[in-house]
Design a protein around this ligand. Structure first.
Ligand code: ADP
Ligand code: MG
Length: 707
């Protein structure tokens, strides 16, 4: 299979068949095999159609064959609509016939627990080099191929984007909604159980399909997140993802802090961002962004100009721009001066540019043409409030003419008309002429911000990863092996710090004292003040057990702390296996942050960063990256949390050493990739961050091993 998937056209037989068979075609209009055949015919398919049914000579006016093997010509694709138990035999026949792809609509496989049969079907298909879409799907629909190989009633309103959906019901609903929302799609593809062809395969194929200009995905879950990321990073067309199932409801309980914070939404969100994929917030937004990204080029820089005829929509758009991370700047003087020529004296040429309610075709035409052509402008939003004095269609024509005459093709424009039926008609006309138009100013701004975000992400995706050097994997594995031999999957703080140290992470010097006297002599060696902590695999949250004493200044306090901590631990958990007391250097005060990791079931080792203490407990102010994480990415993690100003230095505080912190995040991420087979979850909480030039110190460490 690996070899097959290397060919650029390996899904052509499936997606662009010259001939198609319907296995299970039926004269009975209540059967799916009937609907599919009818839809293929009525969709206007121009290739050859072969209905297959052992009991019919002809269905819906098309000659029927008893078996695939009776068909005289070649068959590229076959739609399978027969019951699950007959599918395996049909695949053998398809293999003998040389069919290239199967569209398996039939359900009753993995989705109802019938995983073995599903696997058998894929294995059998692969024996013959056949690719399988499905099972448990609605089918595929393509306007360019005039092919509705599905039981969705009609081909969607034509558009430029493709949409792949993991929900069949939603695909049918979207199909019909294209007509009411007036947002078309070139292709709709139902992906179902993804037994063989998955999101990554389709994205790779659609990227090369000349009829598609953007790729939208409705995702419930990936099987192999890394494979998807690898493909998505390389595609040249915009990909928009709507991920469902992001609420905390039903999320599994986790052992570590990081585990509990790393919900599916966060990790998927990080993976999308790292692969240059625009995330849609909901279904409506998926339509909106698909429209913008299939019709307009990315926005290369941050200068957004808004032209409006009404103050209200102008302010709403300004608010939206800030909300969507594209805050407005005033236009330069020369731009303002020129724009003033196309408005009455009480208009405003700043940004938003307010042409006033008197603005008709001419003012819109002139101001749009001038601004769109100006170098300062990276993206343009044209807003219009319907008035009694102006005609929406005139305005639309003025905008379109101005854009065309500017000759500019490398910056985006989005439009919003607010009004009645005339406005709706004008927007429809604009969309048909390649200009995305929306019923609300915030929607147009959201679309432009997505075009900007897309350009930003693509720059990041093209960055190269630096290699990490100097690690002692053997030392780390020795610690892990010893713990496993001891029958444990939780490392003690001391063990975890040994693993961290093997990856160059700066941990506090720590020793294990088994007796009070040992504690005293180790304390002398480390040097007062010291910190003392309980060391027990059964006590992971040491403070909760009264197991941490900081700022111990002399021998008497050291002896007393040894007794107290031991007694506290025994009271807290009488069954706890106490290894002894950790004696460690007392690190000076610094800003507390948390680093952590989870081994995500979809994306593998994933890194978390956030401010520590109350910020992580209450505000959950954390951010994620699928590992590895370059130093540059780590710096972006540090900048994107809400508490970022605290590290940048607020109110006279010296800025913190973000450079070193970023290097540490990157090394930590390298560790979890290198030890992906061993580490399930981990965290360093807290890590103390000092002033620039003074680095960071990890004072606590936790590692949970894979079972
Ligand atoms: P736990 O998280 O298991 O309760 P920690 O090792 O994080 O235990 O210790 C609790 C708190 O004590 C830390 O959040 C930190 O503020 C402080 N602390 C722990 N170790 C040190 C140290 N070596 N130097 C300075 N402060 C420390
Ligand atoms: Mg801690």
């Amino acid at each position: 299979m690996e070899e097959m998937s290397m060919e650029s056209n390996y899904l052509d037989g499936l997606m662009r068949p010259k001939s198609i068979a319907v296995i299970g075609a039926s004269a009975d209009s209540s059967k799916i095999g009937h609907s599919v055949l009818k839809n293929i015919i009525e969709g206007g398919y121009e290739g050859t159609i072969y209905p297959i049914n052992p009991k019919a000579d002809e269905i819906l006016g098309v000659k029927c064959y008893k078996s695939l093997l009776d068909v005289p010509g070649e068959i590229d694709a076959a739609v399978v609509t027969i019951p699950a138990k007959f599918v395996l035999d049909a695949i053998t026949e398809a293999g003998k016939k040389g069919v290239k792809g199967l569209i398996v609509i039939t359900s009753g496989f993995a989705e109802v627990g019938n995983k073995e049969l599903e696997q058998e079907i894929v294995d059998k298909a692969h024996e013959y080099g056949i690719r399988v879409l499905g099972p448990n799907i609605v089918g595929t629909l393509s306007n360019a191929e005039k092919l509705n190989a599905s039981f969705a009633p009609v081909l969607p309103l034509p558009g430029k984007g493709a949409l792949v959906s993991q929900s069949g019901a939603l695909l049918i609903a979207i199909d019909m909604a294209t007509f009411t929302r007036r947002v078309g799609f070139e292709k709709l593809i139902s992906i179902g159980n993804m037994s063989d062809v998955d999101f990554a395969d389709l994205v790779e194929w659609l990227d090369k399909d000349e009829n598609t200009s953007s790729i939208s995905l409705y995702i419930e879950g990936f099987k192999d997140g890394r494979k998807f990321m690898d493909v998505a990073k390389k595609v040249s067309k915009p990909v928009i993802a709507l991920k469902s199932g992001v609420s905390a409801h039903g999320a599994a309980a986790a052992a570590s802090h990081t585990g509990s914070l790393a919900g599916a939404a966060k990790v998927y969100g990080a993976a999308f961002q790292q692969s240059g994929i625009v995330q849609a917030s909901d279904l409506g937004n998926l339509f909106d962004l698909s429209l913008a990204l299939s019709l307009q080029p990315p926005m290369k820089d941050d200068n957004l100009l808004i032209i409006t005829n009404g103050g209200g929509v102008g302010v709403l758009a300004t608010d939206a721009a800030e909300r969507f991370n594209l805050p407005l700047k005033f236009a330069p003087k020369d731009v303002q001066e020129e724009l003033k020529k196309h408005m009455p004296p009480f208009g405003s040429a700043k940004n938003p540019v307010d042409l006033t309610g008197m603005a008709g075709y001419d003012w819109y035409y002139k101001s749009v043409k001038f601004s769109f052509s100006h170098d300062w402008v990276d993206g343009l939003a044209v807003l219009y409030c319907e008035t009694a004095m102006t005609e929406p269609m005139d305005i639309a024509k003025g905008i379109k003419k101005a854009i065309d005459e500017s000759g500019i093709k490398d910056k985006p424009v989005c439009v919003s008309f607010v009004g009645g039926e005339k406005s709706e008609k004008a927007m429809q006309w604009l969309v048909e002429n390649g200009i995305p138009s929306y019923g609300g100013p915030d929607l147009a701004i959201h679309a432009l911000s997505a075009l900007r975000e897309y350009a930003r992400m693509k720059e990041i995706v093209s960055e190269t990863e630096e290699k990490v050097t100097k690690v002692d994997k053997a030392a780390a594995l020795a610690v892990i092996k010893a713990a496993r031999e001891d029958g444990r999957d939780a490392l003690t703080e001391i063990e975890a710090k040994e693993v961290f140290a093997a990856y160059g992470l700066p941990v506090t010097v720590t020793q294990l004292a088994k007796t009070e006297d040992e504690a005293v002599s180790m304390a002398k060696e480390v040097g007062y003040p010291i910190v003392m902590k309980i060391v027990s695999p059964e006590i992971l949250h040491k403070s909760d057990a009264g197991g941490v004493k900081v700022n111990i200044k002399d021998e008497a306090s050291c002896r007393e702390a040894f007794q107290t901590i031991t007694a506290n631990a025994k009271a807290y958990n009488p069954d706890a296996n106490i290894h002894g007391i950790a004696i460690q250097e007392m690190a000076p005060w610094g800003t507390e942050v948390i680093l952590g990791s989870v081994n995500d079931s979809t994306f593998g080792p994933t890194m978390m960063f956030g401010l520590g203490g109350i910020f992580v407990e209450v505000l959950k102010d954390v951010t994620f990256r699928v590992a590895p994480v370059s130093k540059k990415s780590a710096l972006r993690m540090i900048e994107e949390i809400r508490g970022a100003p605290i590290l940048a230095g607020v109110r006279g505080e010296a800025p913190r050493d973000r450079e070193v912190l970023a290097e540490i995040i990157s090394s930590y991420a390298n560790m979890i990739v290198d030890l992906a087979d061993e580490i399930s979850e981990s965290d360093a909480n807290p890590v103390l961050v000092y002033e620039v030039g003074k680095g960071v110190k990890i004072v606590d460490a936790r590692i949970i091993l894979k079972k």
